[in-house]
Design a protein. Structure first.
Length: 454
């Protein structure tokens, strides 16, 4: 039987008024569930089939309203791929429940609601958003049942009875979801499982089983794109940033933080974004931040952590944000401190014998010239001097090192030696051990994802 969505304007107010009168006459139990003495009237099977045929439309309608009104449905808290599937399941379960012969049978249809409630709790979705999802779904189903009844020419009293049944189903499904949500939230203090799993992955574990468990515990995509952030105080022994004070969302991307001594490690779900967008969302004043390249999945978090720490070490004694992909040369030198020391000693020895002021001027000029892509004029603007001054200083550097900046081989040696010096003495001096220490079990910040996962 074809199902027409049209409804005569004069029909719906009568149906809704009759439904309201029945509710007032029989009353409601706490939470909106009709009391036992209220006559339960199952929705006809042909109505259920008609609405089931419209399930894609109902799902899309509910999803569109939730995305328009609830931030969790559009900011990544709930992975975008999830809502269509879960809304369809929830609406389908409600449609099946409303045609059951007895109200007692509704309890057999609550599994989807309970699973949804627990899942939303694990994802950190506000409970108000969960309640609203069931409110929107119930309201839409009720409206379409009223439309179907009007199309069939049913009496207002009978139509209202069907709508009461829909309300009963919606209330019980909503209550089951909320109870599951609250029950899981009460169990959140036991977060040791998630802590241990994240610890293992950051420490280099590549087991797909461990990754899958963490994905379930924290409602993370197992095979999504990730980046790791390391954040340390700007000076040794400085105050560390507690995870609770760090942004749970960076550039709209969900982030889980774990504390480790003076450092905090952030695991970022990149989705389609690149790591370059993360810098602007992090504190850069008085801290040292290293950001890894993108890695394809939770099993690669150990590699991303090493990249983030290498990027942070390229800051030397300075502060700020360092992206691994933008500092590959410095990262290679940081990985091999003996080679870096030998490079600067062999190439820059005459320069390093100069007084500190002269040495720093020459190296600063070289840095400005490199930044200006070899333009004397642009380097002069950056250093507020004449271009001939830049030329004079570079020629002096060539004489002292016995190398020519016009020779690709010589220029590479000079640049690498200067980078090595900055890592150990100057702008980029390294102050940490180059070998990454094992990542001991720290305190996992569960403020944003204080849950397991399903």
């Amino acid at each position: 039987m074809a199902y027409a969505m049209a409804l005569r304007a004069e029909d719906l107010p009568l149906l809704l008024t009759s439904c309201a009168e029945r509710t007032q006459r029989f009353g409601m139990m706490p939470g909106g569930i009709m009391p036992d003495q209220h006559p339960y009237v199952p929705v006809p099977e042909e109505c259920r089939r008609a609405l089931t045929s419209r399930l894609p439309y109902l799902t899309e309608s509910v999803l569109n309203e939730l995305r328009a009104t609830e931030l969790a449905y559009r900011d990544g808290t709930i992975p975008p791929i999830e809502p269509p599937m879960w809304i369809s399941r929830s609406v389908g379960a409600a449609l099946d429940a409303m045609s059951l012969e007895s109200a007692d049978e509704i309890t057999d249809t609550l599994s989807v609601a309970r699973t949804t409630g627990a899942r939303r709790a694990r994802q950190g979705v506000p409970i108000a958003a969960l309640i609203r999802a069931y409110h929107v779904g119930g309201r839409l189903i009720n409206y379409t049942v009223a439309q179907w009844a009007a199309e069939q020419g049913l009496a207002a009293e009978r139509s209202a009875a069907f709508m009461d049944t829909v309300l009963t189903v919606a209330e019980q499904h909503s209550l089951a979801a909320v109870n599951a949500y609250q029950e899981l939230r009460r169990s959140l203090p036991a977060a040791s499982a998630a802590e241990g799993l994240l610890h293992a992955l950051l420490n280099g574990e590549t087991s797909a089983v461990v990754a899958g468990e963490l994905a379930r515990e924290l409602a993370l995509p197992e095979h999504g794109r990730y980046a790791v952030i390391v954040l340390r105080p700007g000076v040794p022994g400085g105050p560390s940033r507690p995870p609770a004070e760090l942004p749970a969302w960076i550039a709209g991307l969900r982030t889980v933080w774990q504390a480790h001594h003076d450092a905090a490690f952030g695991i970022v779900v990149l989705k389609d974004a690149g790591p370059g967008v993360l810098g602007d969302g992090l504190p850069a004043s008085g801290v040292r931040v290293g950001i890894s390249a993108a890695v394809p999945g939770l099993t690669e978090l150990g590699r991303a952590r090493r990249q983030a720490e290498l990027a942070e070490r390229t800051l030397g004694r300075g502060t700020g944000v360092a992206h691994f992909e933008e500092r590959l040369t410095q990262a290679m030198l940081a990985m091999a401190p003996d080679v870096a020391l030998q490079m600067q000693s062999r190439v820059l020895a005459p320069v390093l014998e100069l007084d500190e002021a002269t040495r720093d001027v020459l190296l600063e000029t070289l840095r400005a010239w490199r930044t200006a892509e070899g333009s004397m004029a642009e380097a002069a603007k950056a250093l507020y001097c004449h271009r001939n001054t830049i030329l004079y200083r570079l020629r002096k550097l060539e004489r002292l090192t016995r190398r020519s900046l016009s020779s690709p081989h010589d220029m590479i040696e000079i640049v690498l030696a200067a980078e090595a010096f900055e890592l150990t003495h100057g702008v980029g001096a390294a102050r940490r051990e180059t070998r990454a220490q094992p990542f001991p079990l720290g305190k996992l910040d569960m403020t944003t994802y204080p849950h397991g996962n399903s």
